[in-house]
Design a protein around this ligand. Structure first.
Ligand SMILES: C[S@@+](CC[C@H](N)C(=O)[O-])C[C@H]1O[C@@H](n2cnc3c(N)ncnc32)[C@H](O)[C@@H]1O
Length: 218
């Protein structure tokens, strides 16, 4: 598949991103996740960034500006991966980007370790996806409570987050932050904790995850 069917372009954070109706439209306010990731890259150890649920790729690509990190992007949508590749190329970043098309549960390999993980899973409860007819259902459907794909991300992040690493994940709002906290507390085997949250108003929230204190090396 190529991007010959490109119907739209959006400028975010100084870069131009192409997309069409097969993928979620890149949303300008989500560059806050890229900016937070860039700040975190100053404090975490060396190594590549992992982006789960990368879509057309703007969040991860913007996180690479001003640094020399490489990026592994994972999305199961063929169209999303095609756009992510085209957008990385347009930004001059393709040489630092690896795009893996497949389920996030399958695409991170045993032994791989990342100092920073960015994740933007679908988080709309299944019963509410009809409120967003312009969005592909597979890009927004978060299951019964909106947290199904988020829990999958947490289960992938935990074994692949390097020492002193951290993750920034996008969720639907305060109820989801609470849901993540409760889920983590009920699973001591998942060695992550909610460290900080930042809101997008009624458009969702960002959650910073770190190792539980007793697991951190610094
Ligand atoms: C909320 S969208 C975010 C896309 C992009 N980050 C953005 O802001 O436009 C979620 C993305 O996750 C992908 N996705 C959903 N479930 C997935 C899974 N189990 N494995 C891999 N990708 C998945 C969808 O194809 C979609 O592109």
């Amino acid at each position: 598949m190529t991007v010959e069917s490109v119907s739209s372009n959006v400028e975010i954070g100084g870069l131009s991103f192409s997309y069409d109706d097969r993928v979620l439209t890149p949303r300008p306010w989500t560059q806050a996740q890229s900016e937070w990731a860039r700040d975190l890259l100053d404090e975490v150890p060396e190594g590549p960034v992992l982006e789960l649920c990368s879509g057309a790729g703007h969040i991860g690509l913007l996180a690479l500006l001003g640094n020399e990190r490489s990026l592994v992007m994972v999305d199961f949508s063929e169209a999303a991966c095609t756009f992510a590749r085209a957008n990385a190329s347009a930004a001059g970043l393709l040489g630092r980007v690896e795009i893996r098309q497949g389920r996030l549960e399958d695409e991170v390999r045993p032994g791989e370790s990342f100092p920073l993980v960015i994740a933007d899973p679908p988080w709309v409860p299944s019963s509410e996806v009809g409120r967003f007819p312009a969005d592909p259902v597979t890009a927004i459907d978060g299951g019964a409570d909106g947290l199904g794909p988020t829990r999958s991300c947490l289960q992938v992040i935990d074994p692949h987050l390097g020492p002193a690493g951290c993750a920034v994940i996008q969720v639907g709002g305060p109820a989801h932050v609470e849901g993540i906290s409760e889920w983590l507390q009920s699973r001591p085997s998942v060695r992550l904790t909610v460290s900080e949250t930042r809101g997008f108003g009624d458009r969702g929230a960002l959650v910073l995850l770190r190792r539980r204190t007793e697991e951190r090396t610094c």
